[in-house]
Design a protein around this ligand. Structure first.
Ligand SMILES: Cc1ncc(COP(=O)(O)OP(=O)(O)O)c(N)n1
Ligand SMILES: Cc1ncsc1CCOP(=O)(O)O
Ligand SMILES: [Mg+2]
Length: 318
């Protein structure tokens, strides 16, 4: 009879997904992947999946999230299948998809934001918008309120007359004042906002993009029904100290499957050479910093990246 102990189920999950996620250590008791089975207690699946996801290198809060999802998937389908990596929003406790149809959804943005340039000041924003970059972000790091208001207004002015969509990083109040297209917030930025602030931003009609670095943060981001979700860092980046390890394209693809229904942005360490494997995950946008601002000829580099994205059409997630 098949061994259905949590240890054996965990080994089966790890064995089925180790190659894909490039995970490290083999499990202590490798076993043949059991066929889907109807007999598995909820608690066994939860314990097995939690141990397996930790062994596959997921941080604790993400292993927890995945374990709950695996448990929910098993209950929903009536069978445990070690090969079936959870990717249904309902199993992660997310509300109805597509999120844009929810009553509390932020204003929508295009599903494919294309090349997304994250830029340090309004001059850069104008330069890249005039070079044909479809989505630009002002990432102006300052705590000087007046300088922020000036820079945000200058960025809004700089994209006028171009088709570029402008997101303002962090400075959501200045973005409302200047009537920017949208705002990008990280998890800590979101935590610092009260429900009332989130509602103010939503009611002002600005689009909202939210950073995520794993499953638990995706669940948190989904709670505000943002316009897009960014996922990263896909590769190592020197631009910003990251609290989490680079996610890699295998995880990015798994995230993209869970979040289909959201416009998705991949960020972190992406350049022209990595673009094809990133686009193959199904994300509709690739955000870059150094690939543009450290280029010898940024407008030419922007044109090359845009052309490269068109050469590798974005695949729809199955
Ligand atoms: C498109 C996009 N994705 C992620 C980020 C990072 O935002 P955040 O986590 O808030 O970090 P800072 O950029 O504020 O340092 C981004 N800016 N844009
Ligand atoms: C702001 C930010 N958030 C996650 S990775 C990153 C920096 C991306 O910069 P680069 O494209 O140069 O690696
Ligand atoms: Mg931020």
């Amino acid at each position: 009879m098949t061994d259905l102990s949590p240890l054996s189920l965990a080994a089966a999950i790890v064995d089925a997904h180790r190659a894909h996620f490039g995970a490290p250590a083999p499990t202590p008791t490798p076993t043949p992947t059991p066929a889907p089975t109807a007999f598995t207690s909820d608690a066994s699946v939860y314990r097995a999946a939690k141990a397996a996801c930790a062994a596959l290198g997921f941080i604790d809060i993400d292993a927890e999230c995945l374990a709950r999802a695996w448990q929910a998937q098993t209950a929903r389908t009536g069978a445990f299948d070690a090969r079936a990596w959870p990717d249904a929003p309902i199993d992660f406790g997310l509300r109805a998809f597509p999120p844009a149809e929810r009553a509390d959804a932020f204003a929508p943005c295009p599903e494919r934001l294309g090349l997304y340039a994250v830029l340090p000041d309004a001059d850069w924003v104008g330069r890249m918008a005039r070079s044909g970059v479809p989505t630009v972000q002002l990432r102006f790091k300052s705590s000087d309120t007046q300088a922020i208001a000036r820079e945000v207004q200058a960025a809004v002015d700089a994209v006028r007359g171009t088709p570029a969509l402008l997101f303002i990083n962090d400075h959501w109040q200045a973005a409302i004042e200047a009537q920017a297209y949208g705002v990008h917030l990280g998890q800590e930025d979101l935590d610092a906002l009260g429900a009332h602030d989130v509602q103010r931003l939503r009611a002002a009609g600005l689009r909202l993009g939210v950073s995520t670095h794993g499953y638990a943060e995706m669940v948190r981001a989904d709670a505000v029904s943002p316009s897009y979700i960014a996922m990263g860092a896909v590769y190592p980046t020197t631009l910003k100290r990251m609290a989490t390890a680079p996610q890699g394209v295998a995880r990015l693809a798994a995230y993209a499957r869970l979040l289909r229904g959201y416009p998705q942005v991949a960020i972190g360490g992406i350049d022209a050479a990595r673009m094809p494997e990133v686009l193959a995950t199904g994300v509709g946008s690739v955000a870059v910093v150094r690939a543009l601002i450290a280029a010898d000829d940024p407008p030419a580099k922007a044109a090359a990246l845009i052309a490269g994205m068109q050469l590798h059409p974005i695949e729809s997630a199955p």
